[in-house]
Design a protein around this ligand. Structure first.
Ligand SMILES: [Zn+2]
Ligand SMILES: [Zn+2]
Length: 268
């Protein structure tokens, strides 16, 4: 099997992941991947913004860690990426980060749906009981649509993240999905098939099958990521991810080098 690359992997610099990039790379070889990419949580302009990402002064170290993994594992293609947090008003900062290194790809993700609240943060799950789920989903998609309109990424990460703890929207989100996907297509953004959801309470890939089918219909390309926060997660659930992509209609996935996409045939 010629597996798609796993383009979503973290490092201990984000303070909630374990294992060195070289250990992730070793694991990738064990599970039969030929290409991987690191996309750790980007630094914010202010290090006191939150406590689950690298500090700004660690960005060089992050890049050096990935370079070391490339030297340690010449048998693998190892890409240098970053997961950027889209927050309205931070666009200038995101452009600044995008220009700092020769990234192979940038994942744009929405975690923050309100001031100080990242919707996937287990320490803040109590925030869900203070609002209607539909309000939270609407806020999430509002930001994701703004992220797509900003367009300074190659791919949108885990595009239905608020389902992580099992909170369903209780409303038909298809109109929001369609609106998002139309903008993504126009801006040349892919969406990520992210298998981390399989390991969370929702027990489902991000995005779910109906959303993914709409993405195929809209002509939005895909890339794959495990969102590994430990070496054991590398390539996790990729058999299900490939099956989900094919069920939605996809026959190709994207690889990236120097922020240039290349469509590659998806094997059954
Ligand atoms: Zn993380
Ligand atoms: Zn993320």
């Amino acid at each position: 099997m010629n597996w798609p690359p796993d383009y979503h992997m973290h490092t201990p610099l984000c303070r909630h992941a374990t294992g060195s990039p070289s250990e992730y790379a070793r694991r990738a070889g064990e599970v039969g991947l030929g290409e991987i990419g690191f996309s750790d949580h980007s630094p914010m302009q202010r290090d006191d913004f939150d406590d689950w990402r690298m500090r700004l002064d660690q960005l060089d170290e992050y890049v050096e860690w990935v370079r070391r993994a490339q030297r340690d594992h010449p048998e693998l293609r190892i890409r240098l990426g970053l997961e950027l947090d889209y927050i309205p008003g931070h666009e200038g900062w995101l452009r600044d980060l995008a220009g700092r290194y020769p990234w192979d790809y940038l994942i744009g993700s929405v975690h923050y749906v309100a001031e100080g609240w990242a919707v996937d943060n287990p320490a803040m799950i109590g925030e869900w009981s203070r609002r209607e789920p539909s309000e939270i989903w609407a806020a999430y998609f509002d930001r994701l649509i703004q992220a797509a309109e900003f367009g300074g990424f190659d791919c949108l990460g885990h595009a239905d993240l608020p389902k992580k703890f099992g909170h369903e929207p209780h409303e038909d989100c298809a109109p929001l999905h369609r609106r998002l996907l139309e903008i993504a297509r126009r801006r040349g953004l892919a969406i990520e098939i992210n298998t981390a959801g399989l390991r969370k309470e929702c027990r489902e890939i991000y995005p779910g099958p109906a959303f993914l089918a709409l993405a195929f219909d809209a002509g939005v390309p895909i890339m794959f990521g495990s969102d590994a926060h430990a070496p054991a997660d590398v390539g996790a659930g990729f058999d299900q991810a490939v099956a989900a992509a094919r069920a939605a209609g996809y026959r190709h996935f994207l690889r990236f080098e120097g922020r240039r996409p290349e469509a590659v045939r998806l094997e059954a």
